[in-house]
Design a protein around this ligand. Sequence first.
Ligand SMILES: NC(=O)c1ccc[n+]([C@@H]2O[C@H](COP(=O)([O-])OP(=O)(O)OC[C@H]3O[C@@H](n4cnc5c(N)ncnc54)[C@H](OP(=O)(O)O)[C@@H]3O)[C@@H](O)[C@H]2O)c1
Length: 281
Amino acid sequence: MTDATPSLPPLAFLGAGSMGGAILRGLVAAGLTGGGVTATNRSAAKAAELAELEGVTSVALETAPDANVAAAASADVVLIGVKPAMVPDLLDEIAPHLRPGAVVVSLAAGVTLATFAKHLGEGVATLRSMPNTPSLVGKGVTGLAAGAAATADDVALVRALFETVGQVVEVPESRIDALSTISGSGPAYVFLLIEEFTKAAVRMGFDVDAARLLAEQTFIGATALLASADVDPAELRRRVTSPKGTTERAVAVLQAARLDDTFTAAAEAALARAKELAAGA
Ligand SMILES: NC(=O)c1ccc[n+]([C@@H]2O[C@H](COP(=O)([O-])OP(=O)(O)OC[C@H]3O[C@@H](n4cnc5c(N)ncnc54)[C@H](OP(=O)(O)O)[C@@H]3O)[C@@H](O)[C@H]2O)c1
């Protein structure tokens, strides 16, 4: 946060599960819930998980069936964090109750701005976001695409909101699915690499605890080094790789496995699936 960051107005999180909850917790940790936040979930159990958060009113539909309408009516920024298939019904429910000038922010993968406009009306300022789960620890990357009715001030406000939990990249909506194949799904790729790296350590004869420590701390340490250094990963890799040394041999094996093609194919598979989902498959 900088002094230039606008303070946040009253917020509503309609559906605060893994993703909505991560962003909500990030805002609380940053001390930015002073404008008031209402979070809704279906079950009382889920609502109870958020009840202790500073500045957050956590409500369950189970006990307050009109909670989404009440929360939407009380907020200047309404974040939609339910599963994609549930979004249209939720929008129909809240549309008549939005405040004039309210900004609606979608967290839902694959739901287009056109769908939002159809259910809320063309005049409602809407932005589509694609956050990722490291938002929970303030290290997220969020892609942001603004709808036609969103003003520059609306975009700045929503950008500031997501910047409390990481970095923001603004893109046209046509690039959101492509962005999602990298940063949205990306944490899963990284965890898979760590899983496989840990298995290699076990095969080298370490017990599981030691293998996890070696593999996980190496990833955490290497990424912290990357974050702290003003050099690119290729240069940092070269600094570990003495000519004719052991690392050079290992890296040659990894490169022979064509990680470049594999990562491209993985991203293309994710993009193809996004298109299938958009077509209702
Ligand atoms: N997880 C990710 O990495 C990720 C990344 C980018 C985008 N997203 C998007 O984020 C959205 C949520 O995904 P998620 O992984 O956070 O799912 P999730 O953990 O299941 O969260 C959805 C939440 O919505 C609540 N809910 C269900 N129906 C509701 C209703 N009518 N009104 C209010 N709340 C309701 C659920 O409460 P109950 O559990 O009590 O039913 C649940 O806590 C999706 O649209 C997804 O595309 C997720």
